[in-house]
Design a protein around this ligand. Structure first.
Ligand SMILES: Nc1nc2c(ncn2[C@@H]2O[C@H](COP(=O)(O)OP(=O)(O)O)[C@@H](O)[C@H]2O)c(=O)[nH]1
Ligand SMILES: Nc1ncnc2c1ncn2[C@@H]1O[C@H](COP(=O)(O)OP(=O)(O)O)[C@@H](O)[C@H]1O
Length: 223
């Protein structure tokens, strides 16, 4: 009997590197559940929950949400989908978050999107988001069918407050100081795979081929 081992994967990369875009393709191709820390936080802000109200100014200023709060939210979301394979997007972003995740799950695959900061700065100013679903568009790269509206629901798209140029610079700085050490953490565990480039459509076939190989070797080992 082949025992299908549940996939525990993480996607990393600087803000705007294409994590949301690539995650959409991964979950469609490999049938994983997508947990995005940014989507969860934005949904809380939208619904004006206590957490959302507390975290809004932090996020708008391009600062990270405190580790203990973030780890608690993500781990409680993961517990609800324990029976499925999943892809984590935007978490962990600090070494303490990676350690908290390690105490609960064994992470077998970490994909790192290595995109130059200059490319990112150009992209984020033209990013449009459907808050309820987390679907992202770009006025140049993947424009919505009807300008300003989500392709699936027809609801309005918004420009994120934290995509302003000065906030983007702050987020990239915090990525360098707080998140790059997480890459080292996973590299030393032997689970990190990096993909470099400036275009998602060129990076994606390499990610897809890698995951096909990786997931089939994981399910063979579990058999
Ligand atoms: N021009 C261009 N835009 C891209 C490309 N890949 C993704 N984008 C857009 O860049 C923005 C950031 O991508 P997103 O997936 O949200 O990145 P994340 O912040 O890492 O989750 C979005 O507006 C995407 O539509 C690309 O290859 N070229
Ligand atoms: N794991 C995390 N730890 C702390 N803060 C986070 C985390 N994930 C998201 N955030 C907060 O939410 C904001 C938006 O995150 P996200 O949607 O992942 O955007 P991006 O990848 O484009 O930076 C971050 O700038 C940060 O303030």
């Amino acid at each position: 009997m082949v025992v299908q081992r549940l996939i525990r994967a993480v996607i990393m990369g600087p803000p705007g590197s294409g994590k949301g875009t690539v995650s959409g393709r991964i979950i469609k191709t490999f049938g994983l559940q997508h947990i995005s820390s940014g989507d969860i936080l934005r949904a809380n802000i939208e619904e004006k929950t206590e957490l959302g109200l507390l975290m809004k100014s932090c996020i708008d200023q391009g600062q990270l949400v405190p580790d203990a709060i973030m780890s608690r939210i993500i781990l409680s979301n993961l517990r609800r989908i324990d029976h499925s394979g999943w892809l984590l997007d935007g978490f962990p972003r600090t070494v303490p978050q990676a350690e908290a995740l390690d105490q609960a799950y064994v992470i077998d695959t970490v994909i790192n999107l290595d995109v130059p900061f200059q490319t990112i700065k150009e992209r984020l100013t033209s990013r449009w988001t459907h808050i309820a679903s987390g679907r992202v568009y770009n006025t140049d790269f993947n424009p919505p069918k009807v300008p300003g509206l989500d392709n699936i629901t027809g609801e309005p798209l918004v420009q994120r407050d934290d995509d302003k140029p000065e906030t983007v610079t702050r987020r990239l700085k915090s990525y360098e100081t707080q998140t790059e050490p997480v890459l080292e953490y996973y590299r030393s565990k032997g689970v990190l795979e990096s993909f470099s480039g400036t275009e998602t459509n060129k990076i994606w076939p390499h990610v897809e081929a890698f995951l096909h190989r990786k997931f089939s070797s994981l399910s063979q080992r579990a058999a």
